[in-house]
Design a protein around this ligand. Structure first.
Ligand SMILES: [Zn+2]
Ligand SMILES: [Zn+2]
Length: 266
């Protein structure tokens, strides 16, 4: 006999993620070729895959150059027919490089991109010496020295300025290294159409903040940040993280099929 309660339970057990919008390749610090990421997406039964290597201020960990990005674009284009079953996106994982919310992209880069992910990365080049002192140093050492409230407020202002200044579609791995007031950022993201990422590699958002974020209008997106084939399309860490929060699934935009309307980098 059909029991609707059992049916709901089954749906909850099997959250499906339809796209992995944050993956790396050899064009930055990943170990895969573009074709490997696309094959992994297909093998995992995904509808969509995003190729999003590290941006232009990260040469120390093999970040993209503008020349490499163009080469990658051509490679992606050459694979579209072979992977006609996938929606393939070409984005970038930009670096927040400054305390004023600067990123390592120029306006003329935007038209090349399907969407922009932005996050803090310790090896990236800071925008100014002031940014090195105020944003970078406290982030590098945040795992040994707990950042003060003043530092967290300053980092939060930097992220909010970035969201207001640039068409960022996704905030990557929030609270990884750079500690911020994630709730304030989520509210700003909701106003500007920017999503907060649940990152399978860096699950560093405390539940007390996550619970408050769930009450805002911000949209969430589940990504693996896969740097190798075996990680692409593997969302188990996120599934584990949200297990006690059935309401989270409705906010995770890629837990539904179809094209995502990303904040456009134009
Ligand atoms: Zn990252
Ligand atoms: Zn990444």
């Amino acid at each position: 006999m059909y029991n609707p309660l059992i049916q709901i339970e089954l749906i909850k057990e099997n959250m499906r993620i339809y796209g992995d919008y944050h993956t790396h390749t050899k064009y930055s610090d990943g170990v895969t070729n573009v074709i490997d990421n696309l094959s992994a997406a297909r093998e995992k039964g995904l509808e969509s895959i995003g190729i999003t290597d590290h941006g232009y201020a990260s040469p120390s960990f093999g970040g993209l150059t503008r020349e490499k990005f163009i080469k990658q674009k051509k490679e992606i284009e050459s694979l579209r027919d072979q992977f006609g079953d996938l929606n393939i996106y070409h984005g970038i994982e930009a670096n927040i490089t400054g305390i004023e919310g600067n990123i390592d992209l120029r306006e003329e880069d935007f038209s090349q991109l399907d969407y922009i992910i932005a996050g803090f990365h310790a090896p990236a080049r800071p925008y100014t010496l002031k940014s090195f002192g105020e944003l970078y140093l406290n982030s590098y050492f945040s795992f040994v020295i707990k950042p003060s409230r003043r530092v967290i407020e300053r980092n939060t202002r930097a992220y909010i300025s970035m969201i207001k200044k640039y068409p960022i579609a996704i905030i990557a791995h929030i609270n990884h290294l750079t500690k911020v007031d994630a709730l304030e950022i989520a509210k700003c993201c909701a106003d500007y159409g920017t999503m907060i990422e649940l990152n399978a590699k860096h699950v560093e958002l405390s539940y007390s903040v996550f619970e408050k974020i769930l009450m805002t209008d911000v949209k969430l997106i589940a990504n693996t940040d896969g740097h190798k084939k075996t990680k692409i399309g593997r969302f188990e860490e996120i599934e584990k993280y949200i297990k006690g929060y059935p309401e989270a699934e409705a906010k995770i935009i890629n837990s539904k099929p179809g094209i995502i309307d990303f904040r456009k980098p134009k």
